[in-house]
Design a protein around this ligand. Structure first.
Ligand SMILES: NC(=O)c1ccc[n+]([C@@H]2O[C@H](COP(=O)([O-])OP(=O)(O)OC[C@H]3O[C@@H](n4cnc5c(N)ncnc54)[C@H](OP(=O)(O)O)[C@@H]3O)[C@@H](O)[C@H]2O)c1
Length: 240
């Protein structure tokens, strides 16, 4: 179901490619998201703590998908944070410190956290629950001039980054305002096969992040890459 069913305003990026920065973009999640967004026409900057690693990750993506004309560049996390919309894709341990260091370039922007708190205990993963309830809320606390949203937690990087395989998945979006929810939903639905579903304010981000532990356990047990699809959802007339 397209975003238009949820929000009546015209898409913010209609008619042009959006510019997306991925902080921590050298990992599997950031690269996969960057590849899928670029395949959908976005100009993507993969950020890293090292400009060299960022450039290398971008070059690897362009090489892997040569012929698709992906507009992916790489650089520092600061360069990624200068994009018009920014996704945080670092491990949970470093996200608050990383975001705090980018407070200035991220001011006034929608910042999408895809960060999950996961730890391995025995043979399975358990959720890490931060004091503020979620890593998205933790980031919002250090980015008072940004609007932090949460999305993309349940998309396995392996599936997301395989551009030869179409996607068919729901993406739960948590946001404190309808405007930032709308921008995040537009980012999600830029990618064919993904449907954005507004799951509530940032207060709902904790359970959304924590659910990932169970989904990864499913993937490990059944050797799969499951994604989320909500059944029975009627979006018409239920938007912001
Ligand atoms: N992997 C998935 O399938 C998946 C799916 C959905 C969501 N996620 C979430 O997305 C985030 C990234 O996942 P990932 O698997 O790509 O993680 P990752 O490979 O462990 O980390 C991503 C990048 O973050 C940077 N980084 C590492 N430690 C850092 C620290 N302490 N502070 C700042 N930056 C650091 C590294 O880049 P540089 O060294 O180049 O700076 C690294 O390449 C995680 O929170 C994960 O839970 C993952």
């Amino acid at each position: 179901m397209p975003t238009a069913a949820l929000w009546k305003a015209p898409p913010l990026w209609k008619g042009r490619g959006m510019e997306v920065g991925v902080v921590g973009g050298t990992g599997p999640a950031g690269r996969a998201l960057g590849a899928r967004l670029a395949a959908a026409g976005a100009a993507v900057v993969l950020g890293s703590r090292s400009a060299e690693r960022g450039e290398q990750a971008a070059a690897e993506l362009r090489g892997r998908w040569a012929g698709r004309g992906l507009e992916v560049s790489g650089g520092t996390n600061v360069e990624a944070a200068e994009a018009e919309i920014v996704v945080l894709a670092t491990p949970h341990e470093g996200v608050a410190e990383t975001a705090a260091g980018l407070e200035k370039p991220l001011a006034g922007k929608v910042v999408v956290s895809m960060v999950n708190g996961l730890q391995r205990v025995g043979g399975e993963l358990e959720a890490v629950l931060p004091a503020r309830g979620s890593f998205a809320a933790t980031v919002q606390a250090v980015l008072p001039r940004s609007s932090v949203t949460a999305a993309f937690h349940h998309l396995p990087a392996r599936r997301l980054g395989d551009l030869d395989r179409p996607l068919d998945s729901d993406v739960l979006v948590c946001a404190d305002s309808s405007d930032s929810a709308k921008r995040t939903a537009e980012l999600v639905e830029t990618m064919p096969g993904l449907r954005a579903v507004w799951a509530g304010s940032l207060a709902a981000a904790g359970p959304v992040e924590a659910l990932t532990a169970a989904l990864v356990n499913v993937n490990m047990r059944y050797r799969s890459h499951v994604a989320l699809r909500l059944e029975g959802l009627r979006l018409e007339g239920r938007g912001a």
